[in-house]
Design a protein around this ligand. Structure first.
Ligand code: DLL
Length: 432
């Protein structure tokens, strides 16, 4: 089965894609320079004029934009279209005090939904499918983005939003949902609830899931695929660039194709800003070349990943990004060692535990402490608890090089997530 939403773009030759990007970039830089005083000032400070940008080779000449710029320019300072032409905003939750408000014209919504339609088609979605969207609706981009994409593909769309998990399963069963869209942590919770309700994967018709909005490991993928009896695909995006659909996974499940006709990716050294070659790990930077209302140029995502141009078996020629291994600001430095929560998740699942865990970091007597609470499996007895904790701690030490304190806690005692999971509490920040 051919699984392209826009075959011409998704399988375009590199040469044609570059031409398209060059044209769009030149026009976009002009649009931004003329309409966004904030970015014009940044360009002027760097001594760059729109005429200096003739192709993607000149991209590196442009100044970066960061979240700090978004904060400075909040709320209207980066708007490139009159409000009369804007039809929608979306926003991040702002729980960390870093609220982002993004603006859309109708054209922007169309292209965003188109990106999500590509993602749904890539997992095999057609107008025969029933697509259950359990990302949050409202200001969060997950629900509206996948909802729009699902409409475009012509799936019967179930705009569930997140929460009320038993009702999710009831709808899933009654309406025969075939595609599930939510965060991986919520997918895991839905799988657990399905089994708690006494059902098996034979009682549902799901075939694929489109999961993103938070980091998740290959081990988590296998665990979800098993509990829901599906193929689990990754999807990536951020509010600043529209929302989900900046990149999406295909049948090969080895990274996400970036919709390069809309977003030009670069990987940079997060410390120096230097552009790194494909294949090196660094911070992902996006230049949006088609958005009208909120067209960010060289936006630093803080997500760390690798780009690859290796030929993909699905036939798409779009460049691929690896699963982000976390945000540069999510990385924990514990006793001088760089630790990504995803490394801990990998060990826990490999050792046979469900992905219900909490990482707590603190500083006691000037020394960092790392505590990992993970739920016992229901069949595990309390008898060998200490030994099990010890062997898990050893497995983590082997991966990270530092020793944690591991606590095996009662099943279902760790709060489940219906959206983006909170897996890390870093109390050191409270002392600083
Ligand atoms: O999370 C958009 C989204 C919705 C993506 C639904 C996918 C599905 P924000 O709330 O602005 O937007 O958060 C963006 O989430 O910079 C990454 O750090 C993280 N993120 C998003 N997708 C993934 C993913 C939405 N597939 C931030 N893997 C991004 C890892 C992800 N991290």
């Amino acid at each position: 089965m051919e699984r392209y939403w826009n075959k011409e773009i998704e399988t375009m030759s590199r040469e044609d894609m570059k031409k398209l990007q060059d044209e769009r970039l030149v026009a976009q830089v002009k649009h931004v320079y003329e309409n966004v005083e904030y970015y014009r000032n940044l360009m002027d400070e760097k001594g760059v004029k729109p005429e200096d940008i003739k192709s993607t080779e000149d991209l590196h000449k442009l100044p970066f934009l960061t979240k700090a710029d978004l904060r400075d320019a909040y709320p209207y300072g980066l708007l490139a279209k009159p409000l009369s032409e804007c039809v929608r905003i979306q926003s991040t939750s702002g729980t960390t005090g870093r609220r982002v408000v993004a603006f859309y014209t109708q054209h922007d919504i169309d292209l965003w939904e188109d990106c999500c339609a590509r993602a749904i088609t890539a997992v095999g979605g057609t107008n025969e499918d029933v697509c259950q969207v359990c990302y949050g609706y409202g200001l969060f981009t997950g629900g509206p983005g996948l909802n729009g994409g699902s409409h475009k593909v012509g799936c019967l769309t179930l705009p569930m939003s997140s929460g009320n998990t038993e009702r999710q399963i009831q709808f899933m069963r009654d309406l025969g949902s075939t595609i599930l869209c939510c965060t991986p942590s919520y997918a895991s919770y839905i799988g657990e609830t399905l089994h708690d309700m006494g059902y098996t994967t034979d009682d549902i018709k799901l075939k694929a899931g489109i999961f993103g909005a938070e980091p998740w490991t290959e081990e988590m993928r296998k665990s979800i695929e098993k509990s829901l009896g599906i193929k689990a695909y990754d999807i990536y995006g951020l509010t600043e660039t529209s929302g989900p659909g900046v990149s999406f996974e295909c049948s090969e499940q080895t990274g996400m194709h970036i919709n390069e006709d809309h977003f030009i990716p670069e990987i940079i050294n997060p410390e120096t800003g230097e552009v790194l070659p494909d294949g090196e790990v660094g911070e992902l930077v996006f230049t949006s070349i088609t958005k009208e209302a909120f067209p960010l140029l060289r936006y630093r995502t803080r997500d760390l990943c690798v780009l690859s141009r290796k030929k993909c078996s699905c036939g798409r020629t779009l460049i691929k990004m690896s699963k982000p291994m976390g945000r540069s600001d999510d990385m924990l430095i514990i006793r001088g060692v760089n630790v990504f929560p995803s490394q801990i998740e990998t060990v826990l699942i490999e050792q046979g535990y469900a992905p219900n865990y909490l990482i707590e970091v603190d500083r006691v007597n000037h020394s960092d402490t790392l505590d990992i609470s993970v739920e016992m499996n229901p069949e595990q007895s309390e008898d060998g608890l200490k030994e099990n904790e010890k062997s898990l701690a050893e497995a983590v030490k082997k991966m990270l090089g530092i020793s944690p304190r591991v606590h095996l806690v009662q099943p279902k005692s760790i709060t489940r997530s219906e959206g983006k999971a909170v897996r890390v509490i870093d109390r050191r920040k409270l002392h600083d």
